[in-house]
Design a protein around this ligand. Structure first.
Ligand SMILES: *Cc1c(COP(=O)(O)O)cnc(C)c1O
Length: 343
């Protein structure tokens, strides 16, 4: 066994076919025992539920090597739990949480050579997913499902430092009030693709979505939660009163780091678009980038520029970023259970 010979710093966020993936199928009311397989393909019947009524949920987490040569991942218990909640919302049979964690461990160990070396900035991205394989024609939940986990190495999110981005206030909505915005389902992404392609064509990095009910409050971007820093240097975190923001594990971790490690006050509350110009810093958070700094919001031609500017991360966002990544990498002592050792 030896590491794959890859240009780790330059592999980008692309799919590379690793050696083995985990597959378990649900049939006759139960999940089978699951296997590791070399087969990266999924063969479906044309009447499979996922193809018609979009019964699919997924997760995303990363494994990486620490300085002392261990392979770890970050809070997989929260991914396991969130996937159960996502599945329940779409009437899919939940995959048991403890089996989810065991399956993550099995897949990562089986693809150990694909875990990028410490210090490369690259990580092994882990993608659990679950979808309806059983037949449907009439609208109803299927009765057969597949749970699968595959991995692929991904390059460092920020090459040559994290440059602040410009985002736009979108005229599209991401999630209906009391709809499915708070679960991690492919259906929330299908309808965001047109919005993101449009935003990119206009020269913006991301869309900021407002609450669909009043179009007054900030929700999140297509795939990341939002953080602000107020004039007193404290953290302000948008909260949805219509339950339509995805519960990001990175965001929940940052909130705890802000309070317990940095002694910041954290205000989790509905945040109006009109008050955003009072804030000093803004960031987007999620597993992929941890935190991406935002320098500017474009609201229908009107620019809201943050004091932190377009050159570097603001000081508070940077401290949060450095502390959380330090915890993940084992340089700063982690709260109990945050860094999960696989090997
Ligand atoms: C996955 C996701 C996030 C980020 O969640 P993490 O658990 O931090 O990776 C944020 N918003 C949406 C819509 C997502 O799908």
């Amino acid at each position: 066994m030896s590491k794959k010979n890859m240009d780790w710093a330059n592999i980008g966020f692309n799919y590379h076919v690793a050696d083995l993936r985990y597959v378990s199928n649900y049939k006759d009311g139960k999940w089978d025992s699951g296997i590791l397989t070399e087969d990266s393909r999924v063969v479906l019947s044309e009447d499979a539920g996922v193809l018609h009524y979009a019964q699919e949920v997924f997760e995303g987490l990363k494994a990486y090597e620490t300085e002392d040569g261990h392979i770890v991942c970050f809070r997989p218990d929260l991914n396991a739990k969130r996937m159960v909640e996502s599945a329940q919302r779409l009437e899919m049979p939940p995959f048991p949480e403890e089996r989810f964690i065991e399956a993550v461990e099995q897949v990562v160990k089986a693809n150990e050579d694909w875990v990028p070396p410490f210090g490369s900035g690259a990580t092994l991205y882990i993608r659990p997913l679950m979808f309806a394989t059983g037949n449907v024609i009439g609208v109803k939940p299927a009765d057969e499902y597949q749970f699968r986990i595959f991995v692929t190495p991904v390059g460092p999110y920020f090459k040559g430092g994290a440059k602040p981005i410009t985002v736009k206030i979108s005229d599209f909505d991401r999630a209906a009030p009391h709809g499915t915005g708070n679960i991690k389902a492919g259906l929330n992404y299908a309808m965001s693709l047109h919005a993101i392609v449009t935003a990119h064509d206009e020269g913006f990095a991301e869309n900021v979505y407002l609450d669909a009910q009043s179009r007054t409050y900030i929700e999140e971007t297509g795939g990341a939660n939002i953080l602000f820093v107020d004039a007193d240097g404290n953290l302000v975190v948008p909260k949805s009163f219509t339950d339509s923001i995805l519960p990001s594990i990175t965001r929940r971790s940052i909130v705890q780091v802000a309070k317990d490690y940095l002694g910041l006050k954290v205000d989790e509350r509905p945040v109006k678009l009109e008050e955003v110009s009072n804030f000093k810093e803004m960031g987007l958070c999620g597993t992929a980038a941890v935190i991406s700094p935002v320098g500017k919001i474009n609201d229908h031609g009107k620019e809201i520029c943050f004091e932190s500017g377009m050159e570097e991360m603001g000081p508070v966002i940077k401290k949060l970023y450095d502390t959380l990544t330090g915890i993940q990498m084992g340089e700063i002592e982690a709260p109990e259970g945050w860094v999960h050792r696989i090997k």
